[in-house]
Design a protein around this ligand. Structure first.
Ligand code: BTN
Length: 237
């Protein structure tokens, strides 16, 4: 599938731009990248801060295969694509299920997947050359530059993520085994005690791994649970 890249100087959120294009009939593979987002957002309505010129903030329009139940897997495909792109730049990346990408124990990228009627928007924010972070995330955020102690060419990183995502997203209905195997070896939560916020309430337990369907396997006092989605995952130790 070809990709078409639109570069915008300033938008509220690239996810909204792509959603708008999708509603107007834009095809799969349209990418909107913004130098600046005035209302970039993360999961759970949190703000996403991306300093102009230093980070990557972009969204990809995807027309995923049915059934819709498979769509949450796009987040895993995107997180993996980012991790692989970072690795091809010489870094060691981890995936904090479902879709944060970590470098050296801190968050370097976040992914926000939003579904429309017949399309999904995969929004990716990656700290490339950033060195400063807002007060609330200082201490838990990092960038490629901080970890590697050198600068990176944003265009190259973007191209690599898009290339990897094209490969990984094709595996959400066929070859999901292969996708999951690649996520598993990078999962930073396995063996850790975590606290999760889920639709069914808060849960704590020890992560045993990732199930064949992409769910997190959590050993709680009630037994082994399989969780497909969580609003927040906190590592306790
Ligand atoms: C998270 O970790 O909570 C997800 C962060 C997602 C940020 C990206 S930046 C590009 C796209 N546009 C947005 O408004 N959000 C996503």
């Amino acid at each position: 599938e070809p990709f078409r890249l639109f570069v915008r100087e300033s938008v509220e959120s690239t996810n909204d731009e792509v959603r708008e294009l999708a509603r107007m009939g834009a095809p799969d593979g349209v990418v909107v990248l913004a130098e600046r987002q005035t209302a970039g957002r993360g999961r759970r309505g949190a703000a996403w801060f991306s300093p102009p010129g230093e980070s990557l903030a972009f969204s990809i329009l995807v027309k995923p295969p049915e059934p819709k139940a498979l769509w949450p897997r796009l987040a895993l495909a995107a997180g993996l694509a980012v991790a692989e792109a970072l690795e091809s730049s010489g870094l060691t990346a981890g995936i904090k299920w479902p879709n944060d990408v970590w470098l050296g124990g801190k968050k370097a990228a976040g992914i926000l997947v939003e579904a429309g009627a017949d399309f999904a928007v995969v929004g990716i924010g990656l700290n490339v050359n950033s060195t400063e972070f807002p007060e609330g995330v200082r201490g838990i955020a990092t960038s490629m530059r901080i970890e590697a102690e050198r600068e990176f060419e944003r265009g190259e990183v973007l191209a690599e993520i898009i290339r990897r995502f094209a490969i990984r997203r094709a595996q959400i209905d066929r070859d999901f085994e292969e996708l999951i195997a690649a996520v598993r070896v990078r999962c930073v939560l396995t063996g850790k005690q975590v606290a999760l916020l889920t639709a069914g309430g808060p849960k704590t337990g020890i992560v045993e791994g990732i199930a064949p369907g992409g769910e997190l396997l959590l050993r709680t006092t009630d037994g082994l649970e399989r969780l497909m989605q969580a609003d927040e995952v906190r590592v306790l130790g």
